[in-house]
Design a protein around this ligand. Structure first.
Ligand code: GLU
Length: 473
């Protein structure tokens, strides 16, 4: 049997965790977790100008929020560390020196001007490839130089991609590329390969924007005397306009979804399905995803973002979340609406009522905030329309008739309201909307008796009686 896979997610810390990166991380994680493998997190910060510690923290935070825990990484360590490229420069130097000694790489002292001259003198400057001028020059180590890799000039390099099938590239399209800069920092291809070798990565799962790099990396694995890993290149996520998903077409930062009140599992479920399928099943628990995920069902062409589906999954997973847990999750969102004091029992009752109609925790919070607002501010327009002098008098009388209802539950409340209406010869509509505005501040709300029962007797009576003087805004 094949040994458990070792995979890695290797973000460059140059921004927030992007939705596309999160899906790559998720597929790596699912593949490892479904097979008893290891998931390595490696920070590719060799581009020192663009990498920031804040971005690294944001990536950790995004992955943690999604529940994608890693077995080895810059913060948790592991047997193959360090896991930050900026801390591994010695390793790249050693590997490059070895390749130089074996004549698989060489020092090159060509300057930018030299290269520009060669380029403009070549028959097709746009297709210019470095012609290996320094290959046999034995440039001394103390001359300012880069290190270049010796690429084969003939033949092909190919691999069986787990998603895209067989890919072959003519070696004449490759060139002796730079692997180490004069300052000792590795170029992406070389840093990634040395790391993948050291960290014993046997499955490289990443975005298909890296397909162009793969033949070059394969040549580097071979030069370092290591078998290349299996590769799985994931098609990119397209926006609803079928173009590359971007900030312009929607939210692309994972943490923004958290702040917008999506449940992490809704996003996980959604991301898993962009580009992967299991029959026509849409809803998956985490356990199902771990058990069912495999590359044979990953589509080779781009998956399309579908905001409606995300909202649909999000309301599904909100309904599936047990009320006490949901109440905990909604508290910070209530807090940001200025609601600080929510008696637990009432909070859970409100959540239970509203859970069915909220797509996000944020919506849930704004749907139940009115229960806890003190004082309740009535929507000015609604109050003006429904709370004239007669209506206020009826609402106050209604309060009177609810004083003795027990228990203060929807059934007995409904019966008391019916009795009140009968004794006064009124129809429900003569009080319902006015009572609703007095109790909730607006014209739309869950069922009136449910609202009263969540508010409790004291809360209900206070709001019905206080409508006359309640602030309006
Ligand atoms: N740092 C690269 C990126 O963020 C990683 C590519 C790879 O997985 O090899 O695109």
């Amino acid at each position: 049997m094949a040994s458990p896979p070792v995979v890695r997610f290797a973000p460059s810390p140059t921004g927030y965790l992007h939705i596309g990166g999160a899906r790559t991380a998720l597929y790596n994680w699912l593949y490892a977790r479904g097979r008893g493998g290891r998931f390595v997190l490696r920070i590719e910060d060799s581009d020192q100008e663009r990498s920031t510690p804040e971005s690294e923290v944001a990536i950790f935070e995004g992955l943690r929020w999604l529940g994608l825990d890693w077995d080895e990484g810059p913060d948790v360590g592991g047997p193959h560390g360090p896991y930050r490229q900026s801390e591994r420069l010695e390793r790249y130097r050693q590997a490059a020196d070895r390749l130089i000694a074996e004549r698989k790489a060489y020092r090159c002292s060509c300057t930018a001007e030299d290269l520009a001259r060669m380029r403009s003198a070549s028959p097709d400057p746009r297709a210019f490839r470095y012609p290996g001028v320094c290959r046999d020059r034995a440039v001394p180590a103390d001359v300012r130089h880069v290190v270049r890799f010796v690429m084969p000039a003939t033949g092909t390099t190919g691999w069986d991609d787990l998603v895209k099938g067989r890919i072959e590239v003519a070696n004449e399209t490759l060139q002796d590329e730079v692997i180490l800069r004069p300052n000792g920092l590795p170029l992406y291809n070389f840093g990634a390969v040395v790391d993948d070798v050291d960290m014993e990565i046997d499955h490289v799962i990443r975005g298909d924007d890296h397909v162009v790099n793969t033949p070059r990396q394969i040549q580097m694995f071979r030069a370092l005397g290591r078998p290349e890993p299996r590769f799985a290149h994931l098609p990119m996520i397209l926006g609803e306009d079928k173009k590359k998903l971007s900030k312009r077409t929607g939210t692309v930062s994972v943490l923004q979804y958290r702040d917008d009140g999506y449940l992490p599992h809704a996003l996980v479920n959604f991301l898993a399905r962009i580009g992967w399928s299991h029959g026509d099943q849409e809803i998956f628990t985490l356990g199902e995803l771990v058990a069912k995920f495999d590359f044979d069902a990953v589509s080779a062409s781009g998956g399309v973002w579908n905001a409606k589906k995300l909202d649909w999954l999000s309301s599904h997973w909100i309904r599936q979340t047990p009320v006490p847990g949901l109440a905990d999750l909604v508290l910070p969102f209530l807090g940001s609406l200025g609601v600080a004091d929510c008696p637990r029992e009432r909070l859970e009752a409100a959540v239970a009522l509203q859970r069915e109609r909220a797509k996000t925790l944020k919506e849930l919070a704004s749907g139940i905030a009115f229960y806890f607002q003190r004082p309740l501010v009535l929507e000015a327009k609604a109050a003006e329309k429904t709370l004239d002098a007669d209506a206020l008098a009826r609402v106050e009388a209604l309060a009177q008739s609810l004083e003795l209802v027990a228990p203060f539950d929807p059934g007995p409340i409904e019966a008391a309201v019916a009795e009140f209406l009968r004794s006064r010869g009124l129809e429900l509509k003569a009080v319902a909307q006015a009572a609703r505005v007095a109790l909730t501040g607006r014209t739309q709300s869950p069922g009136l008796y449910d609202v009263m029962s969540v508010l409790g007797r004291d809360g209900t009576l206070a709001r019905l009686r206080g409508a006359r003087t309640a602030p309006r805004g």
